[in-house]
Design a protein around this ligand. Structure first.
Ligand code: ZN
Length: 276
């Protein structure tokens, strides 16, 4: 096949999957074509961690992968396979949780970014599914940005607002959504066959003031692993939550890409401050 035919093949593959190209099923020729058209790379970053007795360990990966598809569709992105593990040491007290260290998460994101940069992708959008990854992904983004390559970490923008608009039950703590009405509704919308609603229980443990400031074993706070109340969850609520999150994520990504186009960094154009 000549180069023109390969490019046509890439366009056909893109048309079949919305605006995105999927790296896992593409060829290197299609990757080259994505680089030439300036496709932003999109990396879903998940986790394998307990989500109560009723949700799958891969809940965060499922949500990040879905949101990444929406982002990649909206911006003709180059969609990478999801990283199915993350930094989730707070859930180590539960069987099935597999934790990567901060350094490993940082290294995976940084190595993925370096590879993409080397072959000509203009930037990276990481869609994070688990709050435990935040610090390491933020550091990886700074590492790559310091090398002149823009990275955006998307962390469920506007989640608190979306959750309170759709859900009947409150969060277990400020900004704390885990195996609750939000996540259960989302998985009911995306993979209902993986949800065991008959096992869903509520969990509103007393949250210590030190949570987030010192390493905390969540199994000591909530033996079920649930933080919140999953029982009123429905697929309809899940679609409402996911669609609202996708809208906000795409808006954030578009402003990042506008920054990349304008300044090459993804951030606002800045002028160095001179000391007075
Ligand atoms: Zn989760």
């Amino acid at each position: 096949m000549d180069a023109k035919a390969a490019t046509q093949g890439a366009a056909t593959a893109r048309a079949a999957s919305g605006g995105r190209s999927e790296a896992a099923s593409a060829t290197w020729a299609e990757a080259g074509s994505a680089c030439r058209r300036g496709a932003p790379a999109v990396l879903p970053f998940g986790a394998l961690e307990q989500h109560g007795p009723h949700l799958p360990l891969s809940t965060d990966t499922i949500m990040a992968a879905w949101l990444s598809e929406k982002v990649a569709d909206a911006v003709d992105g180059w969609l990478l396979p999801a990283v199915p593990l993350g930094d989730t040491s707070a859930n180590d007290g539960f069987p099935g949780t597999v934790t990567l260290s901060f350094d490993t998460v940082r290294a995976i994101a940084t190595d993925v970014g370096r590879s993409l940069k080397r072959t000509g992708f203009p930037c990276l959008i990481i869609v994070n599914g688990d709050w435990g990854n935040r610090a390491a992904l933020g550091q990886a983004a700074r590492d790559l940005a310091a090398g002149g390559w823009p990275v955006l970490v998307v962390d469920y923008p506007g989640l608190a607002e979306v959750a309170s608009a759709v859900c009947e039950t409150p969060a277990a703590g400020a900004g704390f959504y885990h195996a609750d009405e939000v996540e259960t509704s989302a998985v009911l919308a995306l993979h209902p066959e993986l949800v065991h609603m008959e096992l869903a229980v509520a969990g509103y443990p007393e949250m210590p003031a030190t949570l987030g400031s010192t390493p905390t074993d969540l199994s000591r706070l909530s033996p079920s692993g649930v933080f919140g109340d999953p029982r009123p969850a429905t697929a309809t609520k899940g679609h409402a939550i996911l669609d609202a999150l996708a809208d906000r994520a795409v808006e954030l990504v578009r402003s990042f890409l506008a920054g990349v186009a304008a300044t090459g960094t993804g951030g606002p154009a800045t002028t160095p401050v001179t000391p007075k």
